[in-house]
Design a protein around this ligand. Structure first.
Ligand code: ACO
Length: 391
């Protein structure tokens, strides 16, 4: 990497880099990603090992603090987060202000942004104790926001779990009610999906969090910007978009090969959703794990989903097709995750909120990393002006 700051000072040199494809705004020690090799590790641990041997809470702790927790550290972390898992009563009024048809991403964004108002005592960016509490508030509240956004969409009242449970089980209980019996395999699947989404270096939403945080905006304000960035269909919104694409193909009885031809002709700008990645030019390692999970879930539930059959046909055809292979377009994390969520009865509009829940520890870790760097500067790209210079 070339450090162009000195060059810029001397010559006014500016890099033109659409989409920041080749721009590195800072160093980071959170996530190792090698797109050519298809490798992804949080603090040096592979995602496969974390999914196999650890929980979402442990992966969150690892991402935030750099080491896997001891039993004592984990218990302390969980109790810190649990202390903030109840939503302030006044926030219920915010739910009342929106129609039930609202997309849950709007709800969790508005609620996260409101945390600055309800927890003003933890909005300092320079007091480590406040940063620690803000971390616990954000993680504790987000699970509740995600579950309650769903409850609102079905017009149901809010419920908290009656006994201590994992984030995955708590999410299911809060979404579907305390009578819902959590199948340990389903709990494991959610836990695994959350782990796979924890961090992904300087992706669009994390970069948004870092950029907002670089102005010294507090953690809640920065994270709510990340939620907005995540919602778009080219990023975290792709999991919903994939299932909608598969449904469209299914309901209109379109031959998958024919659909691929439309994609290749770029008809109406359509893309094969869930395919392609800025960094992975080989198979996305998260997709590899999710595909196996998908097979496991379908076998366990004895289910057949016509959308899965369409996805498999699309994938097989695309992997043989020069359009996709020459552009190095392979399935990404979102291609099969929606099918897994469908199998365990998570509604389509909740896919992206679940992504946000998983990504939250990563956003916070990045905000904290940048915030603790004494040399961090405000993010401020330059333009190449193409308008009238004077009129
Ligand atoms: N389907 C069809 N063609 C595609 C696709 C796709 N999914 N993705 C890229 N291409 C084509 C582009 O049209 C372009 O073709 P060209 O060379 O003929 O102009 C070429 O591949 C390069 O594409 P870019 O848009 O330059 O790639 P970029 O790195 O900017 O975009 C992205 C990456 C946004 C992920 C893109 O592949 C995409 O839109 N995929 C579909 C949406 C998706 O699944 N997003 C989730 C990504 S994972 C995540 O964020 C969690």
């Amino acid at each position: 990497a070339i450090d162009i700051s000195a060059l810029r000072k001397e010559t006014g040199f500016v890099t033109f880099d659409p989409g920041y494809g080749n721009t590195c705004p800072s160093k980071s020690s959170i996530t190792f990603l090698n797109g050519e090799a298809g490798a992804l590790r949080y603090r040096g641990y592979t995602i496969a090992e974390l999914c196999e041997k650890h929980t979402f809470e442990e992966a969150s702790y690892l991402t935030l603090y750099g080491e896997l927790p001891t039993a004592e550290q984990l218990a302390e972390f969980k109790s810190g987060v649990n202390a903030y898992s109840k939503m302030p009563k006044q926030l219920e009024k915010i739910f009342e202000a929106y129609p039930d048809t609202i997309h849950p991403m709007v709800m969790i964004n508005v609620l996260t942004s409101s945390l600055s108002a309800y927890f003003p005592e933890v909005t300092s960016i320079s007091d480590p104790a406040q940063v620690e509490k803000a971390t616990q508030v954000a993680i504790g509240q987000m699970l509740t926001f995600v579950a309650f956004a769903y409850r609102k969409s079905i017009g149901a009242s809010f419920e908290y779990p009656t006994e201590p449970c994992s984030s995955a089980a708590g999410l299911l209980k809060m979404m579907f009610g305390n009578d819902y019996v959590v199948d340990p395999d389903v709990e494991k699947v959610i836990d695994e999906l959350l782990i796979l989404h924890v961090d992904h270096e300087f992706n669009c939403s994390t970069s948004a969090v870092r950029l907002i945080g670089s102005s010294q905006a507090n953690l809640f304000a920065s994270v709510s910007g990340g939620i907005s960035a995540l919602w778009g269909p080219l990023h975290g919104g792709a999991n919903q978009a994939v299932v909608e694409m598969l449904q469209f193909i299914h309901e209109n009885n379109i031959d998958p090969q024919e659909y691929l031809e439309k994609v290749k002709r770029k008809e109406d700008g359509i893309r094969l959703m869930g395919f392609g990645h800025r960094v992975y030019k080989n198979y996305d390692p998260r997709a590899r794990i999710i595909k196996k999970t998908c097979d496991r879930v379908m076998a366990k539930l004895g289910k057949e989903d016509p959308l899965l059959a369409i996805a498999q046909k699309l994938e097989a055809a695309a992997l043989e097709d020069e359009y996709f292979t020459s552009r190095k377009l392979y399935p990404n994390v979102d291609f099969y995750s929606g099918i897994v969520y469908r199998a365990i009865k998570i509604p389509t509009e909740m896919f992206t909120p679940l992504f946000a829940l998983g990504r939250l520890p990563g956003w916070i870790a990045h905000w904290r990393e940048q915030n603790s760097d004494p040399k961090a500067r405000i993010g401020r790209p330059r333009q190449i002006y193409t308008g009238e210079t004077q009129r």
